[in-house]
Design a protein around this ligand. Structure first.
Ligand code: MYA
Ligand code: JJ1
Length: 388
């Protein structure tokens, strides 16, 4: 059934529930000198390219490939539209490798027709800290689908990760593959219900009118938590301490240092937004909320072409109730004209989703590890990791 995935060091469906298998790496590393030195073979019309995402021209090519060919919902009404600034942020964290930003071009025309990326990151699984690659943005042009290009791209990124002496990876997908470590549900909070209904993102509920719906989702004009403000560079040490302590309660979570926090959480206009609560008395930083900006193209609507979506990222509550913190995040997102605020049912998110009028979406997100077995699948609430 999975001709490719059956050959890979991932948990196999047939091993589900076999508790005799040990937790940890499935295959042992080999010396880097024994890693295949040449790229995998592509069909003869295509060639590998390393994408220099710093180059405006290359970044625009990647942007356009993804904008026209990346992930859609199950009814093909919306397609992720990651911005160029977002791609640069997502692909250049501390210690990134340019060689892990891999494209495929048509030899004759040089047109970019496929893409896959890795970035290095540390993750903690139980008590074990693992250096891994996070794989994302796997995309094959619509006209080249089902030709088994994806397995070649996955093998090639694996080879380049191995060349850096890294042997594990994490990734997420909307499709079921062997074998998810967790399956999470998307939830959506309407901020601009009229537009969401007009474009088919949501529907008018039974016995609801448009004006009752607008009233239902109304939010205060301004945030309510005293000491709520945008995160700044000077906050990096305190936010790192807060986040590390908070993430230690989840079974799988990133293992962030200050450089990571500066890169991933310091606000970047239209990419990532972070707010914190600084106690007006002690000036202590007690709470934190963040979201990233990922618009979707609206396919085939006369009146609207872009859906502006915020995605819940890392949130920490120690003093302010998480419910209140997230309500303030919704208020900020509404002020900034987002149409919808999305969240997964991971970490402690279940505690606010229903009360803050999020509704379950029709999409799921499956989390995977490559070459690392976990004994039991995790509940979403045991997961402390957000991939972009
Ligand atoms: S998830 C986002 C994926 N992208 C999209 O959904 C965009 C729209 N779709 C496409 O561009 C294509 O449909 C893609 C497949 C490129 C997805 N993850 O070439 P094919 C398997 C993994 O004929 P195509 C993200 O970016 C499929 O089961 N495998 O198919 C994370 C089959 O194998 P098998 C996938 O449709 C990516 C084979 O590919 C996925 O033309 C993580 C068919 O190949 C998927 N999302 O192209 C990648 N979809 O026969 C893994 C299909 O066995 C990383 N397939 O069932 C692993 C870790 C690597 C590093 C390790 C380091 C140590
Ligand atoms: O956005 C998603 N679904 C929306 C739109 C559905 C349109 C028809 N298919 C949805 N809307 C309902 C919202 C409603 C608001 C009021 C309260 C009740 C709910 O459900 C879904 C997620 O739910 N998104 C996708 O399907 C996109 C793909 C998700 C998989 C992503 C793979 C990521 C790749 C990783 O790198």
């Amino acid at each position: 059934k999975h001709k490719f995935w059956e050959t890979q060091p991932v948990g196999q469906f047939k091993d589900l529930g076999d508790t005799s298998l040990p937790e940890g790496p499935i295959e042992l590393p080999t010396p880097v000198s024994e890693v295949k030195q040449e790229p995998y073979n592509l069909p003869s019309l295509y060639e590998w390219t390393t994408c220099d995402i710093d180059s405006e021209e290359t970044c625009a090519e990647v942007y356009s490939l993804l904008t026209n060919n990346y992930v859609e919902d199950d009814e093909n009404m919306f397609r992720f539209n990651y911005s160029k600034e977002f791609l640069r942020w997502a692909l250049r964290p501390p210690g990134y490798f340019k060689s892990w930003h891999i494209g495929v071009r048509v030899k004759v025309s040089k047109k970019l027709v496929a893409f896959i990326t890795g970035i290095p990151a540390k993750i903690r699984v139980g008590d074990v800290v693992v250096t891994k690659a996070e794989i994302n943005f796997l995309c094959v042009h619509k006209k080249l689908r089902s030709k088994r290009l994806a397995p070649v791209m996955i093998k090639e990124v694996t080879r380049r990760v191995h060349l850096e002496n890294i042997w594990q990876a994490a990734y997420t997908a909307g499709v079921v593959l062997p074998t998810p470590i967790a399956t999470c549900q998307y939830w959506h909070r309407s901020l601009n219900p009229k537009k969401l209904i007009d474009v088919g993102f949501s529907r008018l509920g039974a016995r609801m009118t448009m004006s009752r719906t607008i009233k239902l989702y109304k939010l205060p004009e301004s945030t309510v938590t005293p000491g709520f403000r945008k995160m700044e560079l000077r906050d990096v040490p305190a936010v790192t301490r807060l986040l590390r302590e908070y993430l230690s309660q989840f079974i799988v979570a990133p293992y962030f240092n200050e450089d990571d926090v500066e890169h991933w959480l310091l606000p970047t206009e239209n990419v990532v937004d972070s707010y914190l609560v600084e106690s007006p008395e002690t000036h202590e930083i007690t709470d934190f909320v963040s979201f990233y900006t990922l618009p979707s193209s609206i396919l085939g609507n006369q009146n609207h072409s872009i859906l502006k979506a915020a995605y819940s990222y890392y949130n920490v509550s120690t003093k302010t109730p998480l419910l209140q913190l997230m309500n303030d995040a919704l208020i900020v997102a509404k002020q900034r004209d987002y149409d919808v605020f999305n969240a997964l049912d991971i970490m402690h998110n279940e505690s606010f989703l229903k009360e803050l009028k999020f509704g379950p979406g029709d999409g799921q997100l499956h989390y995977y590890l490559y070459n690392y077995r976990v004994k039991h699948a995790l509940k979403p609430s045991e997961l402390g990791l957000v991939l972009l």
